[in-house]
Design a protein around this ligand. Sequence first.
Ligand code: GLN
Length: 191
Amino acid sequence: MKIGVLALQGAFIEHIKMLEGLGATAVEVRLPEHLEGLDGLIIPGGESTTIGKLAVMYDLMEPLRQFAMEHPVWGTCAGMIFMAKDVGADQPLLGIMDIVVERNAFGRQIDSFETNLDVSVFKNGQGKPFPAVFIRAPKLVDAKGEATVIARLADGTAVAAQQGQWLVTSFHPELTGDDRFHRYFLGLIGK
Ligand code: GLN
């Protein structure tokens, strides 16, 4: 399997290492032609306004939307913001997923934290919880239409969703050493 990681800014190296650890070929995507021949794409965490500006500058917006229509795409943190249709602010977005996202939604004191999550698609209710690292993370305020919430914090806040072949997480599975999200994403390929 050949998976692209959008490498304009942010935590792309960590995703590449996780993918390689699972035996996939990981490709850094910086230009439209780098999307050719890929089976899926990860959009990493970082700063969504910067990722958006660079994607506009490198003429990636339409090629990324086109790629997403045909392949699995997973956005972590800033990547989730970039995939959303509505973030309540004016910044370049792919605007593909039917989710409403609030940026930097966890307040200053706890703008970074780690917690254990039950992720419905892993069926881990009785098993091992998923360690989730949140860094100035966004919240999923709403998931509409085909988009389904797949993980919530203990207080009910939605932090991961799936819409067909698209996945979003407000946290950073590439920073924990637990590769279940990366495995789950690879499992979406070819479905
Ligand atoms: N706060 C960042 C943003 O708004 C996201 C943070 C992250 O990706 N860790 O884009």
